[in-house]
Design a protein around this ligand. Structure first.
Ligand code: PGA
Length: 249
C-alpha cells in the first residue's frame, strides 16, 4: 500500500508572521491525521519559521526549488544541504512555473533531483503537458520524454527515494482540474515508464501526486483513483481550513 502524500506549494505567498499564524490554525486541524504524509513548502526565507512552527507535529517542511551545487559563487541560489540544515525534508523540483519563467529543462531537473537526493531530501519531481500538447494528442509522448530525460537516468536506489507530481500545465492555477479519469490515465502512463525502466516493484512503490486546481470539492474524486497517491496543492493550500479539508479528504 502506498501512503498518500498531501503537499502544499505556497509559491510566492506569505511572510514569516503569516507562516507562523497559518501553522497555529492548521496544526490542530490535522493533529489526528495518520492516513497520509503532510508537507508544506514555503518560500526559502520562511523555512526556519515553518520548521519552528511545525516542530513536533506530523507536518514536514519542504522548499520549492534548489540549486545543484552544494555551495559556491552562485548569487541568489540555495543548495540542498542548506535546505536540509534549515530543517527541510522535501523539495519541489521542475515545477512548471520554473520551467516556464526560469528556463528549467529536463536536464536541470535531473541535476537538481540528484542534488536533492545527495542532501537527503525527498524531491517532488514535477512533470506535465501544456494545453497545446494535450490538444494535439501528444500528452503520453511529452510525459514519456520528461520521464526519460529528467528521471530515467537516476539509479534504481535514487529512483526509490523520489516522488513524482503529475501537473498538467493547463490545470495549474486555472480552476480547470483534470477529471479523475484524465489524471489517472496520465499517472498510468508515468507508472508504465517507471515499470519499463526500473521494474515492477519500483513502479508499484512509486508515489505519483496529482497537481492542478485541487480543492476541497474535488480532492475526494481524485483520491478515489487507485493510481493517484496524493496531491500537490497551490491556491487551495494557503488557507488552513481549506488545506486541512484536503488533507482530511
Ligand atoms: P494550483 O497549483 O493548485 O493553484 O493549481 C498547483 C501547483 O502549482 O502545484
Amino acid at each position: 500500500m502506498r501512503k498518500p502524500v498531501m503537499a502544499g506549494n505556497w509559491k510566492m505567498y506569505k511572510t514569516a508572521a503569516e507562516t507562523t499564524s497559518f501553522f497555529e490554525k492548521f496544526l490542530p486541524l490535522v493533529r489526528d491525521c495518520s492516513h497520509c504524509e503532510i508537507v508544506i513548502c514555503p518560500v526559502f526565507v520562511n523555512l526556519p519559521a515553518a520548521v519552528e512552527a511545525a516542530r513536533g507535529s506530523n507536518v514536514r517542511i519542504g522548499a520549492q526549488d534548489l540549486f545543484w551545487e552544494t555551495e559556491g559563487a552562485y548569487t541568489g541560489e540555495v543548495s540542498g544541504p542548506m535546505i536540509a540544515a534549515a530543517g527541510g525534508s522535501h523539495v519541489i523540483v521542475g515545477h512548471s512555473e520554473r520551467r516556464q519563467y526560469f528556463g528549467e529543462t529536463d536536464e536541470s531537473v535531473l541535476k537538481k533531483t540528484r542534488a536533492a537526493l545527495n542532501a537527503g531530501l525527498t524531491p517532488i519531481v514535477c512533470v506535465g503537458e501544456t494545453l497545446e500538447q494535450r490538444e494535439s494528442g501528444r500528452t503520453a509522448g511529452v510525459l514519456a520524454a520528461q520521464f526519460d530525460k529528467g528521471i530515467g537516468p537516476l539509479s534504481p536506489e535514487e529512483f526509490g527515494r523520489i516522488l513524482i507530481a503529475y501537473e498538467p500545465v493547463w490545470a495549474i492555477g486555472t480552476g480547470r482540474t483534470a477529471s479523475p479519469e484524465i489524471a489517472a490515465e496520465a499517472h498510468r502512463v508515468l507508472r508504465e515508464q517507471a515499470r519499463a525502466r526500473f521494474g515492477e516493484e519500483a513502479a508499484e512503490n512509486l508515489r505519483i501526486l496529482y497537481g492542478g486546481s485541487v480543492k476541497p470539492e474535488n480532492v475526494k474524486g481524485l483520491m478515489a483513483q487507485p493510481q493517484i497517491d496524493g496531491a500537490l496543492v497551490g491556491g487551495a493550500c494557503l488557507k488552513p481550513e481549506s488545506f486541512a479539508s484536503i488533507v482530511n479528504f
